[in-house]
Design a protein around this ligand. Structure first.
Ligand code: HEC
Length: 119
C-alpha cells in the first residue's frame, strides 16, 4: 500500500498539475510516511488505532468516537480537509489542534501516513 502511494506521488509529480483532487492527495503523500508512522504511533494511535479504524484503546469510548480513516465518509475527504483537521482540530470532539505541537513538515509526514491507512 505504501509503495502504491509513493508510486502515485511520483507519477503525479511528473504529470500535469491541473488535476486538482489526485494531485492534492499526492502532494501530501510526498510527505514521508515512515517519519509519519513514528509520529502517528507516538501521538495518534491511542485514539485512531493501529490501522486507523478509530479503535485505539480510547478511540471508541469518545463521543464522537475517533475518526475511522477507512470508512466511506472519511475517504471522501480531500487531503487538504484532513490536513486542516490535523492542524486545527475539530471543535466539540477530542481531536485537538496539532499545529502548535507538530511542524508543517511533521504534519505532512503524519498526513502521508494517514493516507496510507485509507484502504
Ligand atoms: C484524544 C483522541 C485523539 C487523538 C490523540 C487524535 N485524534 Fe484525530 N480525531 C479524533 C476525533 C474524536 C476525531 C473526530 C471524529 C468525528 O469527526 O466524528 C478525529 C478526527 C481526525 C481526522 C479527520 C478525519 C475525518 O474523516 O474527518 C484526522 C485526519 C485525524 N483525526 C488525524 C489525527 C492525527 C494525525 C493525530 C495525531 C497527530 C490524531 N488525529 C490524534 C480523536 C483523536
Amino acid at each position: 500500500m505504501r509503495q502504491t502511494t509513493l508510486r502515485v506521488a511520483l507519477f503525479a509529480c511528473s504529470a500535469s498539475v491541473s488535476l486538482a483532487g489526485p494531485i492534492d492527495q499526492a502532494v501530501y503523500a510526498a510527505g514521508d510516511p515512515a517519519k509519519g508512522q513514528a509520529i502517528y504511533q507516538a501521538k495518534c494511535i491511542t485514539c485512531h488505532g493501529p490501522q486507523g479504524k478509530g479503535d485505539g484503546p480510547i478511540g471508541p469510548q469518545l463521543k464522537p468516537p475517533a475518526a475511522d480513516f477507512t470508512n466511506a465518509e472519511s475517504k471522501k475527504k480531500s487531503a487538504d480537509e484532513l490536513r486542516s483537521t490535523i492542524e486545527n482540530g475539530k471543535p466539540n470532539t477530542a481531536m485537538v489542534a496539532w499545529k502548535s505541537q507538530l511542524s508543517a513538515s511533521e504534519i505532512d509526514d503524519v498526513l502521508a501516513y494517514v493516507l496510507t491507512l485509507r484502504k
